[in-house]
Design a protein around this ligand. Structure first.
Ligand code: ZN
Length: 161
């Protein structure tokens, strides 16, 4: 069976997917076998039947309900309805809010770009920055050990060769 056909009956999807439809004629094991026997290289499927039933000794009242497929179908329908509703809400949104939202998106994009530039700068200049921090910590240590230096003395000790 495939998703375009009901797993209960022989109705096509155009009929069984409408809400409140009348139940169609149910499949029987014999009918499944008959349709499977009519398949060939040019007609590979008919009404969702693609081959012989794997269990041909269990009548069709005894089968496993496809929970995953049904749940996915419900979730897909819910998602589609939510997106449709969101589109409607967006259409009714005042122009002031639409403009504010666009500006927010632009600002967020600019923020992300700047954050990436900072990361890139760090990657390119990391060793230099580490050396500067190391030199700064050496200077801080010397200041703590020797006390506060005058500008003239600091210039003499650290900047002149
Ligand atoms: Zn059905």
């Amino acid at each position: 069976m495939d998703k375009a056909h009901c797993h209960w009956c022989k109705l096509p999807s155009s009929q069984w997917q409408t809400y409140g439809h009348a139940p169609g004629p149910k499949w029987t094991l014999e009918e499944l076998k008959r349709v499977a026997g009519s398949l060939n290289a040019t007609k590979r499927t008919e009404n969702g039947v693609k081959g012989y039933p794997q269990l041909d000794c269990v009548e069709l009242e005894r089968y496993i309900f496809p929970v995953l497929h049904v749940t996915l179908g419900l979730a897909n329908r819910l998602l589609k309805d939510t997106v449709d509703y969101a589109d409607l809400v967006v259409e009714r949104t005042p122009i002031v809010l639409k403009t504010a939202r666009l500006k927010q998106i632009e600002a967020s994009h600019k923020h992300d770009t700047i954050k990436q530039e900072i990361v890139d700068w760090g990657v390119q200049n990391g060793p230099t920055l580490a050396n500067m921090h190391l030199a700064q910590s050496h200077l801080d240590e010397q200041i703590q050990v020797e006390g506060e230096l005058s500008d003239k003395e600091r210039e003499r000790r650290f900047l002149l060769p």
